[in-house]
Structure formats: C-alpha cells, structure tokens
Ligand binder design. Structure first.
Ligand code: PLP
Length: 487
C-alpha cells in the first residue's frame, strides 16, 4: 500500500544524553505535540537510521522501548505504528518548531560567488534539445496516473456538485493534504486555515507583494535572485534594496546594516536552494534572519520552489518550521514536482494574512481550478506524489552527478563549481573562459544561449546549467556544445 507522506525526523545533536534516549524522547514529543497521530506509520528502522545517520540497531531498540511503554505498536508484516491507545501522560505544550531549533546544520559551501549571472536557456541550433536553468523533465510526468486522477476528480465533482463557485482558498481536500505534507515532511506547525492554494509560486509571490505595504518600508532581495519576484514587488510600488550574499547565501551582517539605514517591510529569500547560486542557507543564518524579522517586525517571504529535489538524506527544516517564524510567508509549488503547466502551488501564512490574500484572489481570479486541485489531493492522499518524487529524485541525482563529471571531463579546472546539495541546476563559474566575443554570441537571440534575464551583461561570470530536463546522453551533448562555444 502506498502512503501519502513519510514523517521526517531530525535528532537533537547537542551534547548530553545518549542517541537512544534522544530518539525515544523525540518520538514521544512528536506524539505529544500531535505531529504523529494514533495509527500513523513510522518509517522502517533502516530508512530512519539512514535519515538520522545512526545505527539501525539504535532505531530498533528505540522502537522496542516505546512499544513496551505503549507509545508504539508493531503490526506483523506491516510496520511500526503509533498506538491507538496512548499511555496516560500530560501533554506538553512545547512548540513543535522548537524540536528542530537545536539542530546545527552543516552545508557545503558553494562555488565562489561572483557579481553577475546569466539565467540561461541553452538551445541547440537544430532545435532538438533544450537545456535551461533548472526545469523538470516533462518526459517523466506520470501521464497515466495523472489522467486517472483527473477522471476521478471530475466524476467526484459531479457527484458532490462541486464544479460551481467554491472556496477562493482552494478545495478543502487539497488544503488538508498540503497541511499534512507540511507537518509530516517539513516539520511545520500549520492548520488548514493557514493554507491557501495558488497557481504556482509566482502567483503566491505576487499576492504577498499585494498585501504588504510599500509605505511601511523597502523590500530586501538577495544580490542575485529570481528576477520575476523582483518584478512582482516593483509592480506593486516597492523600492528594492539588495543584500550581499556569499558562499553560504544571504549575509545576515549585511542585512543588519540595511535594517539600520532603512525601514524594511519584508525580505524575499530562497533558503532551501538559493536562486540562482544553489546554496543551502545554514541554520545559524536561518535563526538570525528569523530573530531579526521578529525584532524589526518585517515579513520573510520564503520561496521554497523546489523543495523535493534535495539529494542529501538529512531533511532541512524550512524557515517556517523554526522558532520566531510568525512573520514568515511560506510559498511552495508543484511546478517542479509534476509540471509547471499544472499551475498548482500553495501559500502558508497566519490567518489574518491569508484572509487579506483571499480578498486579492477574489479580485483577480475568484478561485483556482477545482478539478486540478481535487486530482492533486487524490494523488497526494494515495501516496502517488511521494512515489513519483522518490522515483524522479533518484534520476535527477544521477543527472546531477553526470553533469558534474562531464563538466570536469571537458573543462578540467577551467570551470569551477560546487556540487549542489539539491535542485535541478549547477552554478558554474565560467569567468576564466569568457571573452567579449563569447558574451556577444551567448547573448544573441537564437544562439546557444537565449538569455532571459541578464544581471550584468558586460561582465558575466556564472551560468546556471539546468540538468533536470536532459537525460545523460543529452547532458553529454549539451556540455560538448558548451565546450565548442568556448573554443
Ligand atoms: C526561484 C523560483 N521561484 C519561483 C518560481 C516560479 O515557479 P511556479 O511555476 O511555481 O510559479 C520559479 C520557477 O522556476 C523559480 O525558479
């Protein structure tokens, strides 16, 4: 049987009690705060051990111990579940997000960050293959499964007469499924009222810019960032201030300086995989950013656009799951998981903000597409989404590794990069190869690179090389073409 979501865990790595004791305490805590509910299945001991980087025996012993205490029960040939009858124990009020707060994160450093970038689309001159700056492969979409889910959604809507006007926040089935996913997979503490369905991250970003007040202050962006988000805020009258980044992403020291000199209404960040540099924001910077947002009362817009393609076993908790995250607007999307054209995403915020966003949705669109929303809810509940993510994540990891080895094979140390921990693109430092002529060739429409957004045309130093939509053969060909371009 497929299951909608596996519950992710993070182990408190502070010094003190044994791993066994920490794991038992954490599992009990997850049950007490309601993240794990009676009847929920736990991950298999092998998979939890590898997620937490501990010995499998430690997990087995913890499960056995909690079974003997009545928290868990093992069902033959099925797995370990949270008991239907929990032991008598006072519920702790501890916030779920505190669980993940103590975890120190180690992140790999990115390639040297430079001052300019091409967000590029690489098109072969014969038009046969397309590389881009990190989109998913449409050939991997499970069309059969998707069409069956759409069929069921239409039949179901006709029975429930739900094809009329509905809730502008989206159908309740999908809001519930998203809520469950965020609680189980992403450590977030959300209720259904915090969930608003949107047509992809871009709409979520635009709506956030509509409900924030440009009179209250500027909006801060990372020095290199997703330019359609900048455009959305500018269109709603915001003044933009850029904050420096380094090989660990946003420089919080620089943010402090900006806060000293400006009134700040909000900041837009992509902490999971910084766009475009692919860097994952380390935990100390996450906590500093959140603490600043609380002290200075500004909103943090967390664009979690490709959460599922993370190749490390250790899950990274989003900003929204951490302490002091009251001011975070979390935006996620199914564009990378299935296909951009499905236009399904979600925005998570406090209820007051969601209510204001609903007002905006009613003005522009009334509501989303109920059939698509029901179909996605069906796929999430049946576990098909998780199955699909697992399948394609393996493939994308192979493609990432293949791209890295082909870049090294063709260019040696002339192109520098750090293997990204996630995402669908590599951030390549091409500064040692670029000349005025290559810039011109790169920039020509119909040439090898069609540049959608050039940050600094005169001194380009980096490109994002999207590997997601190419199979291994196509990757080799794309790198070969890139090599030819520079020779
Ligand atoms: C950083 C970033 N944010 C947002 C988006 C928009 O995605 P969506 O298709 O969900 O609107 C993209 C699309 O590639 C992106 O790269």
């Amino acid at each position: 049987m497929l299951r909608p979501w596996a519950t992710n865990f993070l182990l408190d790595n502070s010094k003190g009690s044994s791993i066994h004791a920490k794991l038992c305490n954490q599992l009990i805590n997850e049950i007490q705060v309601g993240r794990l509910k009676p009847g929920d299945i736990l991950p298999g001991s092998r998979s939890l051990a590898s997620q937490l980087a501990v010995n499998r025996k430690t997990v087995q012993l913890a499960y056995e111990e909690l079974e003997s205490q009545g928290w868990l029960e093992s069902r033959p040939r099925s797995g370990t579940y949270v008991s239907d009858q929990l032991p008598e124990q006072a519920l702790s009020n501890e916030n779920l997000s505190l669980v993940s707060a103590n975890i120190a994160q180690d992140t790999k450093s990115s390639s040297a960050l430079l001052s300019s970038v091409y967000e590029s689309t690489l098109i072969y001159q014969d038009g046969s293959i397309e590389a881009n700056d990190g989109v998913p492969d449409p050939r991997l979409i499970p069309y059969g499964t998707l069409s069956k889910a759409y069929r069921r959604a239409i039949v179901r809507s006709s029975h429930q007469a739900s094809l009329g006007y509905g809730d502008p926040r989206g159908v309740i089935e999908l809001r519930e499924s998203i809520k469950d996913m965020l609680i189980k997979d992403r450590f977030m503490n959300v209720g259904t009222d915090n969930v608003c369905i949107v047509r992809g991250s871009q709409m979520g970003i635009f709506l956030a810019s509509r409900v924030l007040n440009p009179e209250k202050g500027v909006i801060v962006f990372e020095q290199l960032c997703y330019s359609p988000a900048v455009a959305a805020f500018e269109s709603n009258g915001f003044k933009i201030v850029f904050c420096e980044i380094d090989e660990q992403g946003l420089k919080t020291d620089c943010l402090r300086k900006i806060l000293e000199n400006n009134k700040v209404s909000g900041i837009f960040v992509t902490p999971h995989h910084q766009y475009p540099t692919t860097v994952c924001m380390p935990m100390d910077r996450r906590l500093t950013l959140l603490s600043l947002s609380k002290t200075h009362n500004f909103v943090v817009i967390e664009d979690d656009y490709d959460h599922d393609f993370h190749y490390d076993m250790r899950p990274i908790p989003p900003l929204s799951s951490l302490p002091n995250s009251e001011n975070v607007v979390h935006i996620g999307s199914m564009s990378k998981v299935f296909a951009p054209s499905l236009r399904l995403g979600y925005l998570i915020a406090n209820k007051e903000l969601v209510d204001r966003i609903v007002h905006e949705i009613v003005l522009i669109d009334r509501q989303g597409n109920a059939v698509s929303e029901l179909a996605l809810a069906d796929l999430m509940e049946s576990g098909e989404v998780k199955k699909h993510i697992r399948r394609v994540r393996k493939l994308y990891k192979i493609r990432r590794d293949h791209t890295a080895s082909e870049i090294t094979r063709f260019f040696g140390d002339k192109i520098k990069f750090t293997l990204p921990i996630g995402g669908l693109a590599l951030w390549l430092d091409i500064s040692s190869l670029i000349t005025k002529q290559t810039v011109e060739r790169l920039s020509q429409p119909g040439g090898f690179f069609v540049n959608s957004y050039i940050y600094n045309k005169d001194e380009p130093q980096n490109i994002r090389f999207g590997f997601g939509a190419l199979n291994e053969k196509e990757i080799t060909k794309a790198v070969e073409e890139l090599h030819a371009l520079f020779n």
